[in-house]
Design a binder for this molecule. Structure first.
Ligand code: S3P
Length: 187
């Protein structure tokens, strides 16, 4: 078995799960590079995600998201933050698995929605009934997240730092016999 702490950490989960913030905490704690598929896509279009959806449509965004995943080197150890919809394309799943250990940030639905709607920049929630829409999307995606996750963390009652520590502890425990390359002070 591969020591999970010697691999890249790939964060997946619904909008509002805290992937970007937790990614930054993990980056600070481990010193690993931070990669974010949403940032790569936004840079490739030269505009924020909130403008890409209305201008080019979701399919163009999804293709750019797959291209962004493909552009990540499998040889680099990194913290990889993904967009909430990364699991909807089958071809992304194999790429994600090759990239590293997959950590699913989940949580209570109400809490996820409250966090996701705090910033008004999520294109998929620009509908008449964002709450209903969120629930439908989550219903479709939860089994997809569950299917590919190596580790799941319930973020409902935790701060971003606590989630980061929970991840490092869980990954370390997946093979306690091997020495962790991440210093104990990072935990
Ligand atoms: C999306 C989530 C967003 C972003 C885009 C689509 C989704 O990322 O990729 O708006 O389909 O759930 P976050 O999960 O960081 O909000």
């Amino acid at each position: 078995m591969v020591n999970q702490l010697s691999r890249s950490i790939v964060l997946i989960g619904m909008m509002g799960a805290g992937k970007s913030s937790v990614g930054r905490c993990l980056h600070r704690r481990t010193g690993l590079a931070l990669r974010d598929t949403d940032e790569i896509v936004a840079a490739s279009f030269g505009m924020p995600i909130s403008e890409i959806f209305p201008k080019f449509g979701e399919q163009r965004f999804r293709q750019a998201e797959t291209d962004a995943l493909r552009s990540l080197p499998t040889t680099e150890r990194a913290i990889i933050v993904t967009g909430g919809g990364i699991v909807v394309r089958n071809e992304n799943i194999e790429i994600l698995k090759r990239l590293g250990v997959i950590v699913w940030l989940d949580g209570d639905e109400e809490m996820l929605f409250a966090r996701a709607s705090r910033k008004r920049n999520r294109p998929l929630l620009q509908t008449k009934n964002p709450r209903k829409c969120f629930s439908e999307i989550l219903g479709v995606r939860r089994p997809l997240y569950a299917n590919i996750a190596d580790v799941q963390v319930d973020t409902s009652l935790l701060t971003d730092e606590e989630v980061a520590v929970a991840i490092l502890v869980k990954l370390g425990r997946m093979n306690p016999k091997l020495e962790s390359p991440i210093p104990a002070t990072a935990l």
